[in-house]
Design a protein around this ligand. Structure first.
Ligand SMILES: Cc1cc2nc3c(=O)[nH]c(=O)nc-3n(C[C@H](O)[C@H](O)[C@H](O)COP(=O)(O)OP(=O)(O)OC[C@H]3O[C@@H](n4cnc5c(N)ncnc54)[C@H](O)[C@@H]3O)c2cc1C
Length: 485
């Protein structure tokens, strides 16, 4: 295997693979994937891709995104997303991708919470992410190295020359003119989450080590309707589209209590529904359920085949059975700060794209199904910028030092951290608890640990510090007085 490329892409989700799709085949490109290619959040995405249906809908899509983001979005970023979305999706369809259509061949659009119109395209019913991922893998024209974890960026005097990796029990360096970080969010930092097991915030930690700016790290989204009872690390998500199409949230007495929190009830933005469910079950001590009884059985099986099948394996017959639900960590709005071409701050030749990046689109709360669209739109921009700027670059060789990645005792720290983040830096935050959590994380950072847990700790500290800096609640960041529940 050669060790020098034009471009190295870290991550095989939509952001990484769509960047690859948009690069010319005569470039030398290497895609790195921590695990199997499909072990990423893209693969598990259910609901769909939000995209303006026509010219008039673009401004409405912008408005909905800004409103969900609670006034914290970058309006220019949102405008780019909503304006360029239809073109990128049209180009994807032209490549041969098939979204679900009605019997007359028209694209089917569905509704999701906080969208003022039906504008969500989907594929394979509720398997949108899996179908997109499969298609992108089929189209991949560059080599991909599986089971390869990036453990550092090779940076000298503000320029990045490549990455350090761990692959097949070996540690070595790979060099490139441009490095694209498309490594996803931070799910594994939390006890309960919906994310793939590979999503553990390593690249965020690496960026903190190198002084690359992160932004909005307090803005962590919790999905309201997750089946958290199973033993699996990744908890089963019950798509937003279920509520969009008629599912109700009820307590054990059948009461639709969400209306006490917001007049939009089940169709309120995610943060409101998550906070309401969490607070209501704490206060009332009652179990909360998703009630799917408004669905007709055959239609449900056809429209939501993955949820039907996964829940059947867990002992639930849908749509008849009530499903016990809880909110769980789902999506990182914050991330590595980039400009609109995906370039990071402080270090040259590094891009960040997809969930790992913070372009300012999502503000304090992501509008449902805007993240796959972000993956499409901003990866196209990254690819375009690379094509415009790729030139000659002198390489520097870096020492192949062997950081200790894992030490005995790291697993216990990892579990403690997940519990701490869930309880103290989760859906409902209190200043004192955040301070306590930060002290403990800083104590852990003093211990002699492996590098991988250290990267998780650095990212966690950044989330907590950002949460402490924002004294008032905003969107997904919900901070309450010490005297409240
Ligand atoms: C259950 C679920 C349902 C969702 N449903 C929707 C939906 O319907 N619509 C929507 O818009 N969004 C949805 N989302 C969110 C959306 O799927 C993600 O935000 C998006 O897919 C992220 O894409 P990505 O390419 O940035 O990251 P990912 O798809 O998560 O890919 C990250 C990649 O980086 C690799 N990686 C990570 N760290 C390293 C490392 N150190 N070294 C090497 N490789 C590394 C991983 O192995 C993986 O290949 C959902 C998310 C989940 C979890």
């Amino acid at each position: 295997m050669k060790n020098y490329y034009d471009i190295i892409i870290i991550g095989s989700g939509i952001a990484g693979l769509h960047t690859a799709l948009k690069l010319p085949k005569d470039y030398s490109v290497l895609v790195l994937s921590k695990d199997y290619a499909w072990e990423c959040n893209t693969f598990y995405a259910q609901g769909g891709v939000a995209v303006a249906k026509d010219e008039q809908d673009i401004s409405l899509h912008v408005k909905d995104t800004l409103e969900a983001g609670a006034g914290h979005c970058d309006k220019n970023a949102v405008t780019i997303l909503c304006k360029e979305g239809p073109q990128v999706i049209a180009s994807f369809i032209k490549e041969g991708f098939e979204f679900d259509k009605d019997k007359d061949g028209n694209l089917l659009y569905t509704q999701e919470a906080a969208h003022s119109t039906n504008r969500i395209l989907h594929a394979g019913g509720d398997a949108t992410g899996r179908v997109i991922h499969h298609f992108l893998m089929q189209k991949l024209k560059f080599p991909i190295l599986y089971n390869t974890q990036v453990t550092d960026l090779l940076i000298k005097e503000g320029v990045c020359y490549g990455v350090k990796v761990f692959h097949a029990n070996k540690k070595f360096n790979l060099y490139a003119k441009k490095i694209v970080i498309a490594s996803g969010g931070v799910g594994s930092l939390y006890e309960y989450h919906t994310n793939a097991r590979t999503i553990s915030a390593d690249m965020h930690g690496i960026c903190i080590n190198h002084n690359i700016t992160l932004r909005d790290m307090e803005m962590m989204q919790f999905h309201p309707t997750v089946f958290v009872k199973g033993n699996a690390v990744r908890k089963q998500l019950l798509s937003e589209a279920l509520r969009g199409e008629g599912a109700k949230v009820v307590d054990e007495d059948g009461k639709r209590f969400l209306f006490e929190y917001d007049e939009r009830g089940e169709l309120s933005p995610r943060n409101i529904v998550s906070q309401a469910i969490f607070e209501y079950s704490l206060k009332s001590g009652k179990q909360v359920y998703l009630d799917l009884s408004s669905f007709e059985e055959q239609h449900f099986q056809e429209r939501f085949p993955s949820i039907y099948f996964n829940m059947k394996n867990l002992g639930y017959t849908l749509p008849q059975d009530l499903i016990p639900i809880s909110p769980a960590f789902h999506y990182a709005m914050g991330g590595i700060k980039t400009d609109f071409n995906g370039q990071v701050e402080n270090v040259k030749d590094v891009y960040a794209v997809g969930e790992v990046a913070s372009t300012g689109i999502h503000g304090a709360n992501r509008l449902a199904s805007n993240s796959l669209l972000e993956g499409f739109v901003f990866s196209q921009r990254v690819a375009k910028h690379i094509m415009q700027t790729l030139g000659k670059k002198d390489n520097i060789n870096f020492e192949e030092n062997g950081d200790v990645l894992i030490r005995e005792g790291d697993k216990a720290l990892k579990n403690e951290l997940r519990d701490l983040m869930w309880k103290e830096a989760g859906i409902i935050r209190k200043r004192k608890n955040l301070e306590k959590a930060l002290n403990r994380v800083e104590e852990m950072l003093e211990l002699q640990t492996g590098k991988l847990i250290r990267l998780r700790l650095l990212t966690s500290a950044e989330i907590i510090k950002s949460a402490l800096k924002r004294k008032e609640s905003l969107g997904a960041h919900y901070i309450i007085g010490e005297d409240r529940v």
